[in-house]
Design a protein around this ligand. Structure first.
Ligand SMILES: [Fe+2]
Ligand SMILES: [Fe+2]
Length: 366
């Protein structure tokens, strides 16, 4: 096989996925820097670059058991499952629960890793498809950021945690949809507005809870980058959406409904249970029942963080109120409007900049 041939089908299934993009590539001859907020963001991104090999101490020893707590909501829920009559995990004690917690943790980090690769591909698509030079420049810095994020999660999993899990099919379908779409702004709306709001919430949640110093630092650094990415989406789409027709805006509103209200059911990762030697079909009914009994979703806190970022950003894009408040009405029914004025990610990205903060606190070189 020559180097330009595609891999054979078996290798393709295991190692690669081919995605066909339907969006036009755009070469622009207009180099005028006409979008000052994007220029500022680009300069900030260039100054806040960090490197995984020099900014993170990979020699930090990590005790896998320090990464999970028996008191975390997900393991409290599973302990409840061990105590239910007929439970397939009735014999489990702390040791097995901790092992399960570690597998769940590895599965989550694996989704972060795969999602970051998806973000790298999406940012690269934006470089090619957005018509404005300032946005192309910025998206190029984001592509580099996402490469670094993918690389550090992959290294952390390999060196400190264990065997990674495959990509969750829902996340894979979501990102593939963005990469295939013929409308350039959908890649932005899906990645910068929806997935990166979700990522900021998920990383923030993990960074707050973990006491492991290497993980805490890498999450803080990644969040510094992600906050800029969300701001990039709001600045770019806010301008573009002022010029779309009502019908085009309705498509964007439906896209957001599809990715929030209609997608609230979360899937479990069956591979976790396979690794623990339990049949997933047998345990899921018990988990559902226990979750109902505890009257608290283990994902509640994280979901709040997500909507607190997403809803204000969507309002800024004018998508809550377009078409006589079409999205406002539906999100209102789903109880999401309480977040309308929660966070201001488009303006507060500098407050996330842990890289700049750490550098400012270092002693000046002699
Ligand atoms: Fe990222
Ligand atoms: Fe990002």
């Amino acid at each position: 096989m020559t180097t330009t041939d595609l891999p054979n089908p078996t290798e393709l299934d295991e190692t690669f996925k081919i995605i066909e993009d339907h969006c036009d590539r755009i070469y622009t001859w207009n180099y005028e820097r006409s979008r000052p907020q994007l220029v500022t963001l680009y300069n900030k991104a260039a100054q806040s670059q960090w490197a995984s090999v020099t900014d993170l101490d990979w020699s930090t020893p990590v005790d896998p058991e320090s990464l999970v707590s028996l008191h975390a909501p997900n393991l409290r829920l599973m302990r409840e499952v061990t105590q239910m009559p007929g439970s397939p995990i009735a014999s489990w004690k702390d040791k097995e629960l901790l092992q399960l917690g570690l597998e769940m943790f590895t599965a989550m980090l694996s989704q972060f890793m795969h999602g970051e690769q998806g973000a790298m591909l999406t940012a690269a698509k934006i470089v090619e498809t957005v018509p404005w030079i300032d946005a192309k420049y910025y998206a190029a810095t984001q592509t580099m950021d996402e490469a670094r994020h993918t690389e550090v999660f992959a290294r952390y999993i390999e060196e400190k945690v264990g065997e990674p899990y495959p990509m969750n099919p829902n996340l894979e379908a979501q990102i593939t949809g963005l990469l295939e779409d013929s409308r350039w702004d959908i890649a932005y709306l899906g990645m910068q507005i929806v997935i990166e709001s979700l990522a900021l919430a998920a990383f923030g949640d993990m960074a707050r809870k973990t006491t492991e110093p290497l993980l805490k630092k890498l999450l803080r650094y990644i969040m510094a980058d992600e906050a800029r990415h969300v701001a990039f989406g709001i600045l770019s789409l806010g301008e573009y959406y002022q010029h779309l027709s009502a019908a085009e805006l309705k498509e964007r509103q439906d896209f957001l409904l599809e990715h929030t209200v209609n997608a609230r059911a979360r899937s479990t990762t069956p591979e976790i249970w396979e690794r623990m030697g339990v049949r997933v079909q047998e345990v899921v009914p018990f988990i559902t029942e226990a979750a109902g009994k505890m009257k608290q979703s283990p994902f509640a806190q994280f979901q709040n963080g997500f909507f607190a970022k997403l809803v204000p950003n969507v309002r800024k894009l004018g998508l809550l109120d377009a078409n006589d408040g079409y999205l406002r009405e539906r999100w209102g029914e789903a109880g999401l409007l309480e977040y309308e004025f929660a966070d201001a990610t488009s303006e507060d990205y500098a407050t996330y900049d842990a890289v700049a903060a750490d550098r400012a606190s270092e002693p000046a070189p002699a």
